[in-house]
Design a protein around this ligand. Structure first.
Ligand code: RNT
Ligand code: ZN
Length: 417
């Protein structure tokens, strides 16, 4: 602790030389919640008795031992992840993570099926986010749900969406913290698609029905998530970026930007300020695309730092941050911990930039000095400040979090056969 404190004080001096108030940055960081995606804990399988798992272009690979098999195990794993990650957090649930022994059809899910999650969130003093699950189900076998040509199938999924919005509102009400409900549907076509227009009109019509009832914004808000393609739906995704950008603006919903859902050279960091010109709030699914996969563990890479910088520069209050990746080849608790801590470090780096000075330089076309300063910022002692933040929250500093994860792996995960 003594070292942490000493290193922190000397870091503060370095930042002070650039007129940056580190304590203020840490206060701001503490107020920015990151929503951990429950589905990293069990490779998106969920706990339904009759369906679940991935389909519709998403896929978790790997068979690292110790996957959570029920809500109790998932919560125990999350307890550890929450302990190892400092700062404000939320938990993001999917509808397939209901906690009940009964078979409950998707269109019949109710808040009571998530009572144990709400209780858990109360003990953590954290908010919940929610997602209807439009995949891993016989009625999604054609990779079409809300845009399916069959009205019966569309209605089933509309009912699911409506049921989920009520659950999201109940979560927000019970916890006194707004619940963001994100709608992603896998709908798409494998090969040449000749009537994209009709499919998109059906999707818009189904969404209109699903979102028809106004629910209190202090309890729940709706987001819609676009995608470019998935495995098996390579040629046309009905809910494309243009579709949802238009739909969100028209209906004043949140737009969800997932970092893995665009062309390889297209980045979401550049989309944040555009979306915020037309929308009050947006949701991010921070992820990392690698070739065909959109969901690798989030790294502290250039794009993550750019995303964080845009969040801070455009107002963190308007950007809800969720993570969305699933890796079954490494310890799943470590996957949460590494990705979330990286997101936090990137936010901290952005908070510790001389933002005003940089913007002034840009305005005055002092581009050489701006570039020089940006490069200097890369040498500032971010790690010493993050260690101090961890210590403030009794979270491990540096890689020592792995010691606890390895201990848990030996004692708890190894027993899950
Ligand atoms: C799929 C979307 C979606 C899912 C989760 C499980 O490509 O990114 O957000 O990953 O809902
Ligand atoms: Zn996503």
């Amino acid at each position: 602790m003594k070292n942490i404190e000493t290193n922190f004080r000397s870091a503060c001096e370095k930042y002070a030389a650039l007129d940056i108030n580190v304590e203020k940055a840490l206060e701001e960081l503490a107020g920015i919640p990151i929503s951990l995606h429950c589905w990293q804990g069990d490779d998106v399988n969920g706990f339904e008795k009759h369906a679940g798992g991935t389909s519709g272009g998403i896929l978790a690979t790997g068979n690292y031992p110790g996957m959570a098999r029920n809500p109790g195990e998932l919560r125990a794993d999350l307890d550890l992840a929450f302990k190892l990650i400092p700062g404000a957090k939320k938990l993001n649930l999917h509808a397939i993570y209901l906690d009940t022994d009964k078979i409950v059809e998707r269109n019949k899910v109710e808040p009571e099926h998530f009572a144990s999650w709400i209780d858990w969130a109360k003990t953590k003093n954290c908010g919940l986010d929610f997602n209807p699950t439009f995949f891993g189900h016989p009625k999604a076998a054609d990779n079409l749900t809300l845009s399916h040509p069959d009205k019966g199938i569309r209605n089933f999924w509309i009912e699911h969406g409506i049921a989920c919005r009520k659950i999201a509102a109940a979560m927000g009400k019970a916890l006194g913290k707004v619940c963001i409900m994100n709608t992603w549907v896998p709908d798409g076509f494998k090969d040449i698609t000749v009537d994209r227009g009709s499919a998109r009109k059906r999707l818009a019509d189904s969404l209109d029905q699903m979102f028809a009832e106004k629910l209190p914004a202090k309890y729940m808000r709706d987001a819609v998530e676009s995608k470019l393609f998935g495995i098996g739906v390579e040629s046309c995704t009905v809910g494309s970026n243009e579709f949802y950008f238009g739909y969100a603006v028209k209906n004043a919903l949140l737009l969800c930007l997932d970092s893995g859902h665009f062309h390889p050279t297209e980045v979401i960091s550049d989309k944040i300020s555009s979306a915020l010109c037309f929308l009050d709030e947006i949701l991010l699914h921070v992820s990392r695309p690698v070739r065909w996969d959109s969901d690798h563990v989030v790294l502290f890479d250039d794009e993550l730092q750019n995303i964080a910088a845009e969040i801070i520069r455009n107002g963190a209050r308007r950007v809800h941050i969720g993570l969305d990746y699933f890796d079954g080849t490494i310890n799943r608790i470590a996957a949460w911990t590494i990705g979330t801590r990286n997101m936090q470090k990137a936010l901290l780096a952005a908070l510790l930039q001389p933002r005003k000075e940089l913007a002034e330089m840009e305005k005055k076309f002092s581009n050489t000095r701006k570039l020089a300063l940006l490069e200097e910022c890369k040498q500032l002692p971010l790690g010493a400040v993050y260690d101090y933040f961890c210590a403030q929250y009794d979270a491990p500093c540096g890689i020592t979090y792995m010691d606890e994860i390895e201990k848990y792996e030996k004692t708890v995960l190894a027993a899950r056969k």
